[in-house]
Design a protein around this ligand. Structure first.
Ligand SMILES: Nc1nc2c(ncn2[C@@H]2O[C@H](COP(=O)(O)OP(=O)(O)OP(=O)(O)O)[C@@H](O)[C@H]2O)c(=O)[nH]1
Ligand SMILES: [Mg+2]
Length: 358
């Protein structure tokens, strides 16, 4: 069994990359299990990963690198018992320290042989300047123990910027191997797959860890103190799920739903901009109309949201209509983002005469 830990800041492309990895492993006959951790109570990535027919389990309401270590162990053991995958991929939250997750897995004494892949951390090349401006120290902490750093979304990066980004990243972590990754470039996936065939240097890391394990068996972070990555990130977050009444939905078509999700995102963006003009993070919304899925995602103040329509995999498999939203952004309190998200979603649903319950 191979275990792959994927980290990187909010919206850096982790789920996109691991869906491609998972699909590749499935295509060569390997069974794959994906564990995805989301900071909010409501998870969205698990739904997206399931859409691709991949086996997935979600851990929500916090970070597996700090408060949810026992959940991670229980979920890993359950996945192995029920499914025994050849490859397990663990996606950390965007506000986790991925190194701490790899360390925790190694310290779990899992009751089976496994091979830990080199610790992979994504660094979003398309948001390089914003990351340095808004979350430089936190991003550096995330990259600190990476063995492989993938500069992601390179299709959005100007060619002349790439060497500058690579130099900056290697200054933060000179030991890591640096590669590039783009969902638009199959060759970059092939390179990543090759690198993940290798093993993490777990022996060296375990020797180091002996020096930093507290009396209660938990890990101490840099400087010997316990650290809470969610607090350190300065990110405010809120997630919610709304059940939608399908009476009205039946009279709406694809372009109506597209307008609805775009309007919700636009209202949230406008309000967040007023409180946090340079925000960085991930606001993701997933609307299940009962016959199709509508997805919209925003990761910086400047960009336009990315909209996706996903037709139903099986015409007969009508799901209960619902709307899930997860917002985690810098420079705003969790209370403020909660108010903004609730107001925006509820306004737009009311305007469109859609009855909902939260
Ligand atoms: N252009 C481009 N967009 C990408 C690429 N990878 C991811 N994206 C987009 O970036 C957004 C965030 O991607 P995700 O894969 O959800 O990022 P994530 O790191 O899993 O996000 P969180 O789990 O919320 O932290 C989505 O809208 C993706 O479609 C890429 O290589 N190129
Ligand atoms: Mg994700």
């Amino acid at each position: 069994m191979k275990i792959i830990v994927v980290g990187g800041f909010l919206g850096s492309g982790k789920t996109t990359a691991l869906v491609r990895l998972g699909t590749y492993y499935s295509s060569i006959g390997k069974s794959v299990g994906i564990i995805v951790n989301e900071v909010g109570e409501i998870g969205i990535d698990g739904d997206i990963i399931s859409q691709y027919g991949l086996e997935t389990k979600e851990i929500t309401s916090g970070c597996i690198c700090c408060s949810l270590k026992t959940s991670l162990r229980a979920t890993l053991l359950l996945m192995i018992e029920n499914y025994n995958p050849d490859v397990i991929i663990i996606e950390s939250t965007g506000v986790a320290y991925p190194g701490a997750i790899r360390d925790e897995v190694m310290l779990m004494n899992l009751p089976m042989d496994y091979d830990m892949a080199p610790l992979l951390t994504l660094f979003d090349g398309s948001r390089f300047k914003q990351i340095l401006k808004e979350i430089k120290n936190f991003a550096a902490q995330q990259l600190a123990q990476a063995e492989v750093i993938a500069v992601s979304k390179t299709d959005l990066v100007e060619a002349s910027m790439l060497p500058i980004i690579e130099t900056a990243v290697s200054q933060i972590n000179p030991k890591a191997e640096i590669i590039t990754l783009s969902s638009k470039n199959p060759e970059s996936l092939a390179q990543l797959i090759n690198i993940l065939e290798r093993s993490s240097d777990t022996e060296a890391r375990l020797a180091e860890l002996k020096k930093v394990v507290a009396n209660d068996g938990s890990l101490l972070m840099a400087g010997g103190k316990k650290d809470n990555s969610i607090e350190a990130s300065g990110v405010g977050s809120f997630s919610a799920e709304y059940v939608l009444d399908d009476t009205r939905l039946k009279s709406l078509n694809e372009s109506d739903f597209e307008k609805i999700v775009k309007e919700i995102m636009s209202q949230i963006r406008e309000s967040v901009l007023q409180k946090s003009p340079d925000f960085l993070g991930h606001i993701k919304l997933f609307l299940e109309s009962g016959s199709a899925l509508y997805k919209i995602s925003l990761t910086t103040a400047e960009e336009d949201p990315i909209y996706d329509f996903i037709p139903p995999a099986d015409e007969n498999a009508a799901a209960a209509p619902n709307l899930k939203i997860l917002s985690a952004v810098t420079g705003i309190s969790s209370g403020d983002i909660k108010e903004i998200v609730q107001n925006s979603v509820e306004n737009v649903l009311n305007e469109n005469k859609i009855i909902f319950s939260a």
